[in-house]
Design a protein around this ligand. Structure first.
Ligand SMILES: O=C(O)c1ccccc1N[C@@H]1O[C@H](COP(=O)(O)O)[C@@H](O)[C@H]1O
Length: 217
């Protein structure tokens, strides 16, 4: 089975092209002011214009209000909404129903207890995404996209009904091990394919996609 990949936090045309040409199934765009990867709806419209329809365009939000979602969706044609904040199951359902788009809900993992969250969102979100929980000790931590991995073993025996993707500190170097341990069928990276936060490295995107393609799942 082929492993699918999402390249997230794209903010320039060269990086979008590198993701598409190297076989990404999903490309992600961040609409969250404090992030170094934040882009405006107009910038996203330009970046997404030439993305072929078989590559799904994901808009990433953190506890968004209606105005932000509306501003983005009236300007950018998205296929998925990713919610990476503290959105409740009720809020996930509301956003999904209001905007008629499938929702990816991020669940932050730092221990076995974090897996209790799965039951709250399974069957509510269309897809779950597992990312490392930002450590309290981390200065200027974002609510995701910190390039941190978590203990993938935690997912190996988890009961998850919804489709899900693995995120958090994934790179060309660790992706095979991450997939082998976690059992992920879809993987997501942002920091791991950057020169620095907010500046994607096309060669690293190519290397990540090649490493994903080489996985014998
Ligand atoms: O990328 C960001 O700036 C970001 C900000 C707020 C919430 C989530 C964010 N990124 C997402 O986090 C995961 C893991 O990213 P990484 O590979 O560890 O950098 C991924 O879905 C990012 O798109």
């Amino acid at each position: 089975m082929t492993i699918q990949a999402k390249i997230c936090g794209l903010s320039d045309v060269t990086a979008v092209e590198a993701a598409v040409l190297n076989g990404a199934a999903f490309v992600g765009f961040v609409f969250y002011g404090p992030s170094p990867r934040n882009i405006t709806p107009d910038e996203a419209a330009l970046l997404t214009a030439k993305v072929p329809s078989h590559v799904k365009k994901v808009g990433l939000f953190v506890d968004p209000d209606e105005k932000l979602i509306r501003d983005v969706l009236t300007t950018v044609s998205l296929d998925w909404i990713q919610l990476h904040g503290s959105e409740s199951p009720e809020r996930v359902r509301e956003i999904r129903d209001t905007y008629s788009l499938p929702v990816i809900k991020a669940i932050k993992i730092d221990s076995a207890a974090s897996l209790d969250e799965i039951a709250r969102y399974d069957g509510v979100a269309d897809m779950l995404l597992f990312d490392a929980k930002e450590p309290k000790s981390m200065k200027n931590a974002l609510p995701g996209g910190n390039g941190l991995a978590f203990d993938w073993d935690l997912l190996a025996n988890a009961t998850i009904s919804s489709p899900w993707m693995l995120a958090g500190g994934l790179t060309a170097e660790n992706i095979a091990e991450a997939v082998r341990i976690s059992g992920a069928k879809i993987v997501d990276t942002s920091s791991g394919v950057e020169f620095e936060p907010g500046r994607k490295n096309p060669a690293a995107i190519e290397a990540f996609m090649a490493a994903v393609a080489a996985i014998d799942a």
